[in-house]
Design a protein around this ligand. Structure first.
Ligand SMILES: C[S@@+](CC[C@H](N)C(=O)[O-])C[C@H]1O[C@@H](n2cnc3c(N)ncnc32)[C@H](O)[C@@H]1O
Length: 243
């Protein structure tokens, strides 16, 4: 059954992939001697194209580190556009993205920012960071925790950022990590600067999601909640905040 269209996945990946099919691909799953084979129905899909697919990379990161990754799939371009609306990105001199993952918001940000702006992206997952570095040479990609944002801004001779866009999975984080990350954001954003972060609708039903919403309201001068982006899996909305 091995052919260029086949990719041998771990049992965890197989289980997860069978419920989530990227790019209209269809898979047959076979179990032989305890191992699993995922086989594309599309003969032209090579093993490389499957492995390079952002959805597969993301899912595989989620299986390995679910809390840190916080989602089974990258955000949609529609959520990316909602993230960048009314953020003053056209005029910003220093733009930061936290938790870019495979880059759906990075791409949306690059469509609107000033070419002269410094764009720092801080991603903790080394595999995502190296993919972003290769894909977006105009972005300064830092492979570290967003908790150290202030230090990296100083390294690039910037005291504060004008806009921070954030893809961190806040609702899955424990209280102390939420506090440390928000403190790094507040210290790094100039007065009047804008902060955007997204949340899944279902996350609002859970205590960490509710706590995070209160944290935003307590720490920003203005917090706006956008309309839900239904063309995202799962549906999500954006908190747009002003310092
Ligand atoms: C829910 S994913 C969002 C990825 C992407 N922005 C998107 O919307 O598809 C969260 C991302 O945050 C990254 N991340 C988690 N904790 C982080 C931290 N402390 N510092 C920087 N990145 C972090 C994860 O590796 C992951 O790429």
């Amino acid at each position: 059954m091995q052919s260029p269209n086949c990719y041998r996945a771990s049992p965890n990946e197989t289980r997860a992939l069978s419920g989530f099919l990227p790019n209209r691909a269809k898979f047959m799953i076979h179990s032989r001697f305890g191992s699993y084979i995922i086989c594309s129905h599309f003969r032209e899909r090579s093993r490389e194209s499957l492995i390079n697919n952002d959805h597969v990379k993301f899912l595989s990161a989620f299986v390995r580190k679910p809390i840190l990754t916080g989602a089974i799939a990258p955000s949609s371009r529609w959520l990316g556009r909602r993230m960048t609306e009314n953020m003053g990105l056209e005029r910003a001199e220093t733009v930061v993205e936290l938790g870019p993952g495979t880059g759906p918001f990075t791409r949306a940000i690059l469509e609107v920012i000033n070419r002269k702006a410094l764009f720092l992206a801080v991603e903790i997952n080394p595999e995502f960071a190296s993919k972003l570095t290769a894909q977006f040479p105009q972005v300064v990609v830092i492979n570290d925790s967003a908790e150290k944002l202030e230090q990296y801004l100083a390294q690039y001779q910037r005291a504060k950022a004008d806009s921070i866009l954030c893809g961190l999975p806040w609702a899955g984080f424990p209280r102390d990590l939420q506090d440390r990350l928000l403190s790094a954001v507040l210290k790094s954003l100039r007065p009047g600067g804008k902060f955007a972060t997204f949340a899944y609708c279902h996350g609002l039903l859970l205590p960490p999601g509710q706590r995070f919403r209160r944290l935003l309201k307590d720490n920003f001068a203005r917090v706006e909640t956008t309309r839900v982006v239904w063309r995202n899996m799962p549906p999500a909305f954006v908190y747009r905040c002003e310092r």
